[in-house]
Structures are given as C-alpha cells and as structure tokens.
Write a protein that binds this ligand. Structure first.
Ligand SMILES: Nc1nc2c(ncn2[C@@H]2O[C@H](COP(=O)(O)OP(=O)(O)OP(=O)(O)O)[C@@H](O)[C@H]2O)c(=O)[nH]1
Ligand SMILES: [Mg+2]
Length: 459
C-alpha cells in the first residue's frame, strides 16, 4: 500500500508549553520545509538527523510565524520510514495552528489519528504489536503499564511470536513429509505428536496466562465485597479506602446499591464494590439490590466473602459460600476485635481449597494490609517465565492467541486419535494465520484502520 501524500500534525498536547512539535511525513516533507524555513545565517545543509535554527514563515514567505529549531530525518531512517521533518516551535496552540495552516496551503494533509504509526507499520519500521505497544505506552496510567508497553515496543512479543511460528513451521514440515510418505506407502502410520506442537502449546498458554496480570496493571481489577447483612461490608470498603463512602449502621440491610471506590495497591488500581447484604429480601428495593449483587459477581475479578466471626455461622453464610465456589475467593473473617463465636478452622471445609482465608477487623484495621496483599495475588501471577518476558496486554492479541491455542489443541488431538496428518496440518496453518494477525503479517485493512484510528493524533 503506497502512500504518496505528505501529512502533518501537532505531536504535542493542545495547550501552553515551552515547546510544541509539528511533524511532517511523506515525499514532499523536505520540499515543503525548504519553503517555510528561513535558516539563521541564510544557509541550511539539511543533513539528516541534525537540528537547525531559524524562522518559520508563512506559505507566501511574507510573515514570520515563529522562531524554531527544525530537524530532517531522511527515509528510511525515520519513525515512519518516510522523509520526516520535525518543527520545534513555541508551545502555543495559536502558533501551532498558524504553522499547520500554512503547511496545508503548501500541500500537506492533516494526519489522521495514528497515521504516522500506520505508515511506520506499512513501511516495516515496526510490526503491528509494536505499534499497539507504542499507543499503550503513551496512554499508560501506571509505571508498570508503561514498562510493559516499553518492553513490547522493544519487540519482546514480536520475538516470541516469531519463535512460535518457527516451531509451528517445523512441526508442519514433519507433518507434510508424513503426508507425502503416506501417499507412497499405503497405510503408513502418522507420527506421534511432534514435540514442537507441545512446546508451542505450552508457550501460547503461558502468554495467555500473562494477560490476566497485565490487564490488572493496565485497567485494574474489580473486587466485590459480599456477605450476609451486617457482617461489615460497608465498614470494610471505608476502611480499605480511608473514606466514608458507604453508610454504616447496625441495622441489617443498610446498603442497597452497589457502592464503588478505587484504591491503588502496588501500582494496581483495585475497584472495590460494596454490595447489599444477601438474605431473603424483605421488600422490592432490597430484592433489586440483591439481584444486582449476583449480576456483578459474575463480572468481577475477585470476591471477598465476609463473615462475622463474633456471631454463629448461619444458613445465609453457607448459601453465599456455596454459590461462589468457582470464583477467585478471599474469605475474610471480620470483627476479630470481638470475642469469637467460632474458629477459622470451622470454615475451612466450607470453602474450596483455592480460597484464601484471613482474619480481619474493619473496625481496628487489623489484617487489612494482609488482605490488600491477598487481593493483588488474586490477579497478578508470575506464570510468564517460559515466554522470555513476553506478555500480552492487548485484548486483540489475546483473542488471536486463543484461536491459535484452539488450533494447536485440535492438531494435537487429531494426531493422537490417529487421523490423517492432513487435518493437523490444516489446523497448524490456521494457527500460523492467527499468530500473524498479532504482528500484522496477515490482517485485513478494515481491522488495521480500526486499530490505528484509536491512536492519538500526531503518533
Ligand atoms: N466490632 C466490630 N464491629 C464492626 C466491624 N465491622 C463492622 N462492624 C459493625 O457492624 C455493623 C454493620 O456494619 P456495616 O458495615 O454496615 O455492615 P454491612 O455488611 O455493610 O451491612 P448491610 O449493608 O446491612 O449488608 C456496624 O455497626 C459496624 O460498626 C468490626 O470489625 N468490628
Ligand atoms: Mg452495607
């Protein structure tokens, strides 16, 4: 896809700042720059990757618009792979707009969001996963999210995908030689599952696991506090956030709506949700509130089931525990500042093995630091060791990897069940296509447009 036009856009945010940058990219970038730039001392060698001082003048050459530093990056050694000019002017939107208008008069088109990155991708300066990492890095909301974007920009995921491709191509070659052989010698057996298939499957699964942790850093996790009325759910929300967001009373059934607040734990935004106490509803409002709890539990990343250790366990507690066995559960035994009606071991058998059991007091704050650590362990894991630090942070990549994973599993199954190697070969080719979607080796233009249009202008 050849792009012949020259584009320009402001690369710095709208507002007053010391410096504002305008970028120009395309075949006419240098010719246009020559028209608007008047170098101090009258001469400019336009050496690539050098800075020159001078004035930017209007398209007719009559008006000085600003005093600037300008640089030229000759293709292909530029971000887009095309000739690129960067004008460092003063950071006032009036100045930037005036320069841009004059550049348009000289034939520049205003760049669409992400168009510089799109050109970089089309000119093979970076692959699609790196372009997406760049966008994620610019939008990162935590230091960890930024670090993950940077690692991916440097090619960690691209390399892992390339390695996986090579393994699959090896496996495919083995299968294809088996197919050729079978044609010659009728009844020849299909080989065992090639080791490359198992290796690829393991590494794809590790990558998929990394999504949960990375998503925690980029978007945060949602944790619901549930339990029967009066166990201290709202008190716990307030204690964890340090704010009086939810009403606390000793009347069971105080909370009706979902009450949400966010805290940052170890760089991860944790969206805590306090809920109505679950019991046989006493009226229509409470019923609505309890319905809301069940709906939101289904979408949550984690669940704190709160029990009141100062009162005997009841049927209501047991129902809540039974209905949430498969979730990511923390069982928090609250009110340990009061005398205990039962011990921790009493509830152990009620919860599944994967549940974490903690003792806390929302009133005194006891056990809350431990609870915060446990919340983070719900969502962050270190299961990425076999992928050389490559992780996935992007939903598009996750969906493509899930498809590839399914293809590889299908290939494995058909070999194991003695089917013709043709079937497995077909699945492995599909897996390759799905991996190629991630790096953009194989992707349709509509998806490309959609991806790049979500980038910022000037990137
Ligand atoms: N002693 C003690 N009291 C607590 C603790 N946590 C909460 N309480 C008290 O328990 C009562 C109920 O607290 P809430 O936080 O309103 O309970 P809830 O689970 O939100 O109740 P509903 O909204 O009705 O479902 C209040 O009187 C709190 O002060 C605790 O750790 N120790
Ligand atoms: Mg409450």
């Amino acid at each position: 896809m050849l792009r012949q036009d020259t584009i320009a856009a402001t690369a710095t945010p709208f507002g007053m700042s010391g410096i504002g940058i305008i970028r120009i990219s395309g075949p006419d970038a240098l010719a246009i720059a020559r028209r608007v730039f008047k170098p101090s001392g009258g001469k400019c060698a336009w050496k690539s990757h050098c800075l020159y001082h001078g004035d930017i003048v209007s398209a007719d050459g009559k008006t000085v618009l600003d005093e600037v530093l300008i640089s030229f990056m000759r293709k292909p050694r530029s971000f887009t792979g095309e000739d690129v000019i960067e004008i460092n002017c003063h950071g006032n939107p009036i100045i930037l707009q005036a320069i841009l208008t004059n550049l348009q008069e000289l034939g520049c088109h205003l760049a669409r969001p992400g168009e510089f990155s799109e050109r970089a991708f089309l000119n093979n300066r970076l692959d699609l996963s790196q372009a997406e990492a760049l966008s994620a890095l610019i939008c990162a909301k935590s230091a960890k999210a930024y670090a993950m974007g940077l690692t991916q920009l440097k090619g960690s995921l691209s390399k892992e995908i390339d390695d996986l491709r090579l393994l699959l191509i090896d496996a495919l070659a083995m299968l294809e030689s088996a197919i050729d052989f079978t044609e010659d010698v009728s009844g020849e057996k299909i080989p065992d599952v090639p080791p490359q298939i198992n290796q690829t499957l393991h590494r794809v699964q590790s990558l998929l696991l990394s999504y949960r942790s990375s998503r925690a850093y980029t978007e945060g996790i949602s944790v619901i506090i549930t339990g029967k009325p009066n166990v201290g759910k709202s008190s716990l929300l307030n204690a964890l956030t340090g704010r009086k967001k939810a009403i606390v009373t000793d009347i069971p059934g105080t909370t009706r709506d979902l009450i949400t607040d966010t805290i940052i734990i170890d760089g991860i935004p944790v969206h805590l949700i306090d809920t109505a106490g679950i019991r046989e509803p006493q009226n229509a409002i409470e019923k609505e509130g309890i319905n809301l709890v069940w709906e939101s539990i289904a979408d949550a990343d984690g669940l704190i089931i709160l029990l009141d250790i100062s009162k005997p366990l009841t049927e209501e507690d047991r129902i809540i525990i039974d209905k949430n066995k498969s979730a990511n559960i923390i069982a928090a035994l609250n009110k340990i500042d009061l005398s205990r009606a039962w011990e921790e071991k009493t509830v152990k058998s009620l919860f599944p093995d994967h549940a974490k059991i903690l003792e806390i007091s929302a009133k005194t704050g006891a056990g809350l630091e431990e609870l915060k650590k446990t919340i983070i362990h719900l969502s962050v894991n270190d299961e990425t060791e076999s992928t050389d630090g490559a992780i996935i942070t992007n939903l598009r990549h996750k969906l493509a990897l899930e498809k590839a994973c399914k293809n590889i599993e299908n290939a494995k199954e058909s070999i194991a069940s003695g089917m013709s190697a043709e079937f497995a070969a077909f699945d492995l080719r599909e897996a390759l296509d799905n991996l190629d979607e991630i790096t953009g080796k194989k992707i349709n233009n509509e998806i490309l447009d959609k991806i790049f249009s979500s980038f910022c202008i000037g990137k």
